[in-house]
Design a protein around this ligand. Sequence first.
Ligand code: AMP
Ligand code: ZN
Length: 114
Amino acid sequence: MDDCLFCKMVAREIEPDVVYENDDVLAFRDINPQAPVHVLIIPKRHISTLNDLQPADAALIGKLSLAAAAIARQEGIAEDGYRTLINTNREGGQVVFHVHMHLVGGRRMGWPPG
Ligand code: AMP
Ligand code: ZN
């Protein structure tokens, strides 16, 4: 998608700090980290929000979780634990409209979220 920040990262028009990549998924460090580990995991194909997911995207979305677990192991936080979340639209706090999973860890996460 032309004017999408994360599509530009997939195209490497903007160079992200990549931590993981495969044919379907790209993961890079968040520019404004909220925890010692804060990685964004995105599908390479543009999908704006979780509301736009189609049944055919089920495997692709599953791959975000598989990537999260692989990255958590890579970052050494898998056993201590971490959080994955996807923000959707205004009340969910979504500001970049290309689906992304946050992987945060390296400290104790509060619950419930603010
Ligand atoms: P969300 O609020 O769920 O849409 O999350 C968007 C995330 O993208 C925020 O955590 C931002 O810090 C992050 N972000 C925005 N611009 C960049 C960038 N150029 N590189 C890496 N992360 C970014
Ligand atoms: Zn996009």
